[in-house]
Write a protein that binds this ligand. Structure first.
Ligand code: ATR
Length: 279
């Protein structure tokens, strides 16, 4: 293999279901980049070994997924400010000299998906985030960076929502009690589900949307199924909806830009390939 053959990968445990190779290999082909993006199963004790191998074998970088997004941080040479604030890394760039830099593109992916699908989302109203895991933290930071005026966050375990508010809230974030989450619906311009509820094999999220304003956008980051019970309820009420697959694609686009400097998009060909697996 010559030096121009590009190698990238995603590490996780397990990793068999990752859609990232489909997405990145599509773009590499489209951009005429000769190379391959592969899935690499890396157990919790093998992170450092994987990084060494990627460096030795001249990889351009790699994505990091569950459960390594936080654990990988001490093994990297540099961490970009946004990833530092998120406390998690989903993208690593390996420089020509072997220097590793960690980035986080999850928040950008979430916000780009919203902007592309509903460009006229109500920007003057608060966003309601459901859940307080890593995805919620990325959502809060991404939205507050986008000048959303205010974020309300609610989570079954309140302390986790409070921690996110303290860490990234910038004085523009408040916690709503999980039992009172319905009370926040009327004020919200966007409602984002970041919990696992509604995912295949999980119970549906209990959320009464009847008090939502007509221009409210309901966004679910769950993409299996593509139309979750929450999104179906929203559709019945005539509310605009955003599915979660785009977040995955746009966080990947931001990673692609970091590695190859190329702008890529969620084009029709990619949409067809990805959505075929979800109908
Ligand atoms: P990620 O990092 O991908 O966002 P996570 O950290 O596992 O995932 O977060 C899952 C989210 O789903 C959490 O907000 C979790 O709530 P808790 O913090 O209280 O655990 C939420 N969740 C999972 N099962 C739930 C349930 N049955 N009811 C309400 N929330 C639930």
């Amino acid at each position: 293999m010559t030096g121009s053959f590009k190698k990238v990968a995603v590490i996780g445990w397990p990793i068999s279901h990752s859609l990232s190779p489909t997405i990145h290999n599509h773009w590499m082909k489209q951009k005429g980049i000769e190379g391959v993006y592969e899935k690499v199963a890396v157990g919790p004790d093998a992170i450092e070994t994987a990084i060494s191998r990627f460096k030795k074998e001249g990889y351009s970088g790699f994505n990091v997924t569950v459960p390594h997004k936080e654990a990988i941080m001490p093994f990297l040479d540099k961490i970009a400010p946004l990833a530092r604030q998120m406390g998690a890394v989903n993208t690593v760039k390996i420089g020509g000299d072997g220097t590793t830099t960690g980035f986080n593109t999850d928040g950008i992916g979430l916000v780009t998906n919203l902007k592309k699908n509903v460009p006229d989302w109500p920007k003057d109203k608060p966003v309601l985030i459901l859940g307080a895991g890593g995805a919620a933290r990325a959502a809060a930071l991404g939205l507050l960076t986008e000048d959303v005026p205010f974020v309300m966050i609610t989570n079954r375990t309140r302390a986790k929502a409070e921690a996110i508010t303290n860490d990234v809230g910038r004085g523009r974030m408040t916690v709503v009690d999980w039992d009172h989450r319905m009370d926040a619906v009327a004020a919200a311009g966007v409602i984002v589900n970041t919990t696992v509820l509604g995912m295949k094999g999980q119970p549906a999220l209990e959320m009464d949307l009847t008090s939502a304003a007509k221009d409210t956008v309901v966004y679910d980051i769950v993409y299996q199924p593509l139309m979750t019970p929450l999104l179906k309820d929203a559709e019945k009420l005539g509310l605009r909806t955003v599915t979660g697959l785009g977040m995955l694609v746009y966080q990947a686009a931001a990673s692609f830009k970091i590695w190859f400097g190329e702008d890529v998009d969620y084009d029709d060909a990619l949409r067809q390939v990805l959505e075929a697996g979800f109908q």
